[in-house]
Each structure stands twice: as structure tokens, then as C-alpha cells.
Design a protein around this ligand. Structure first.
Ligand SMILES: NC(=O)c1ccc[n+]([C@@H]2O[C@H](COP(=O)([O-])OP(=O)(O)OC[C@H]3O[C@@H](n4cnc5c(N)ncnc54)[C@H](OP(=O)(O)O)[C@@H]3O)[C@@H](O)[C@H]2O)c1
Length: 277
């Protein structure tokens, strides 16, 4: 299958990471569009693309446009862009959000006669060039009609990723799952670092030590299901230790409550120990 030329609107975290990865995989990045002219120009220069100040022009010049803007901007931007399209009928536009379906692009589909879809990288991309390292191995959720579905499937494979079908999936639940997996462990780590510092560790030892601990847990999860990978007092049934933790947390009732909730859910991972307790 011939590789489509690509445009990216929104040279932020996800747009830049995918743009760099696609460029490295042999795709022509025809155009970069967006809001901040410096950000647009910088990524365009790096990827040998045209810098477009008007998002609609960006769509005109590429076979496939990735709309890499914040979730709440997708529909208003699609609505604005449809007024200024020149020669894009038959081109394709996809957004990268896992929380919105294709209807966020309906002005482009209905009034602009574009093919539209969802291409959600189930991945976390930081700011900066290092983010591209997370692309290989990513699972890509796809919702689109043919032939766009096949094209997006091929793009995911060319990125050395794993395409999967998002059609009919409850996106609010699916995206909540992604947030639980990638965002809240970081929130919990931030709480853990603050607690360790409060306990008396110096700040850098707390950050490095606990981040290494989290990396060890993620490493265990690579080939074990959560119920086999998890360790600690709630799974072992060390209720005395849990009591001491709760007592130590009594100065922050919200955190104490959060600890209790997590301990209760952790016990459920091992129903045998739960029954014996
Ligand atoms: N980052 C991730 O880990 C990740 C993972 C999977 C999916 N996604 C999805 O990818 C999309 C982008 O997320 P992100 O994290 O990459 O966001 P981000 O880093 O904030 O980047 C958003 C980009 O959109 C541009 N933008 C914002 N408002 C705009 C507007 N009104 N018109 C034109 N451009 C506008 C920003 O412009 P400036 O250059 O001026 O800031 C920036 O380049 C979202 O749908 C998100 O759900 C993100």
C-alpha cells in the first residue's frame, strides 16, 4: 500500500512525537499547522515540511491529516476549518483523542466531504524530542470506515505499533481506563515522594528511590498479570502493617481514605487471601 502524505495540526506532545516517528518510518510530512507560529515553524523545519499558518491549508496539502489538538478544541476547530477548505475533498482527517468519537469531526465529513476517523495512540507522550521513543510498541485504537481503516492500520504497523479496533467501544470508560493506567500512578508517586520526604529522606533520594521502585513494579507487569505482579501488605494480609500506615497518615484524612480504598481494592486481587482473612 502506498504511504499517504501526512499533515499534522498541533505540534504539541502527541503531534510532534508521531510526526517524528512517521518521518523516521519513511513518511513524507507535507505540512505542519497550528496556533503558535514558532512551534509550527520549528517542527516543520525539522521534518522538512511546509509550515502552514492556516489549519485548513494544512488539510489541503496532505492525504492524511492528524488533528493533534486538545480534545475540547477538535470540534470547534473542525467547524472553523470547514469554511476555508479549498481542494481537500476525499482527503482524510483523524483526531488522536481516546475520549471522543468520530462525531467531533462531523463538519469536515458532512460539509467538507472528507474521510474522518479516530487514531488513538494508547500511549503517553511527554514534551520534547525524547517522546518519540515511546512510539514503538504502542497500541493504536482505530475507528474509521474503509479504505481509511486499512490505511490507518498500515500506519500503525509502519510505526511498529499494534492496531486495534475502537468501533463500538464505550470511549468514556476506555479513556478512564487509560487515565488509571498512565496518569494516576504518577499522582500516587508524587504523593509517595512527598510522604518519604516528610518521613525524613532527602528529596532526591525520595524521588530516585521511589521512581526506581515503580520501575521495578512495571517491569514485573511485563510478563505477569496484576494479581501475580503485585506485592505488599494488602496482598499478603499483613493487617498490622496496614494499621500502622493508617495511623501514620492520620494527619491527612483524604490521603488516609485513599490508602484505605486502595488497600481494599488490592485485597480483591487475591480472593483466596480475602476469604482466609
Ligand atoms: N500527550 C499524550 O500523551 C497523548 C496520548 C494520546 C493521545 N493524545 C491526544 O492528542 C491530542 C493532543 O494532545 P497533546 O497532549 O499533544 O496536547 P498538547 O501537548 O497540549 O498539544 C496541543 C497542540 O494543539 C495546539 N492547539 C491548541 N489549541 C489550538 C487551537 N485552538 N488551534 C490550533 N492549534 C491549537 C497547541 O498549540 P501550541 O503549539 O500553541 O501550544 C499544541 O501544538 C489530544 O486529543 C490528546 O487526547 C495525547
Amino acid at each position: 500500500m502506498q504511504k499517504p502524505t501526512i499533515a499534522i495540526i498541533g505540534p504539541g506532545r502527541a503531534g510532534s512525537a508521531l510526526g517524528r516517528a512517521l518521518h523516521a518510518s519513511g513518511y513524507t510530512i507535507a505540512a505542519i499547522g497550528g496556533r503558535n507560529p514558532d512551534n509550527v515553524r520549528n517542527l516543520a523545519e525539522e521534518l522538512g515540511a511546509r509550515a502552514c499558518q492556516s489549519p485548513a491549508t494544512t488539510i489541503d496539502v496532505a492525504d492524511l491529516t492528524l488533528l493533534a489538538v486538545p480534545d475540547d478544541v477538535i470540534l470547534p476547530l473542525a467547524t472553523d476549518m470547514v469554511e476555508s477548505l479549498c481542494s481537500a475533498a476525499g482527503h482524510a482527517v483523524v483526531h488522536l483523542s481516546g475520549a471522543q468519537d468520530r462525531s467531533a469531526l462531523r463538519p469536515l465529513a458532512h460539509q467538507g466531504s472528507l474521510r474522518t476517523g479516530v487514531f488513538h495512540p494508547l500511549q503517553t507522550f511527554r514534551r520534547g524530542p525524547e517522546a518519540v521513543q515511546n512510539v514503538v510498541g504502542t497500541y493504536f485504537g482505530i475507528d474509521a470506515d474503509q479504505p481509511l481503516r486499512d490505511q490507518l492500520t498500515q500506519v500503525a504497523r509502519d510505526l511498529k505499533g499494534h492496531p486495534f479496533d475502537l468501533t463500538g467501544v464505550n470511549l468514556a470508560l476506555y479513556h478512564a481506563a487509560a487515565v488509571f493506567a498512565a496518569n494516576y500512578p504518577i499522582t500516587l508517586l508524587a504523593e509517595a515522594i512527598a510522604l518519604a520526604a516528610e518521613a525524613g529522606l532527602d528529596a532526591e533520594t525520595a524521588r530516585q528511590g521511589l521512581t526506581t521502585l515503580l520501575a521495578g513494579a512495571v517491569n514485573n507487569l511485563r510478563d505477569l498479570p496484576p494479581a501475580d505482579a503485585i506485592t505488599g501488605p494488602a496482598l499478603r494480609g499483613d493487617e498490622g502493617t496496614i494499621k500502622r500506615h493508617l495511623e501514620a497518615l492520620k494527619g491527612d484524612s483524604e490521603l488516609q481514605h485513599l490508602y484505605q480504598l486502595l488497600a481494599d481494592r488490592t485485597r480483591l486481587l487475591n480472593p483466596k487471601k480475602e476469604a482466609a482473612a
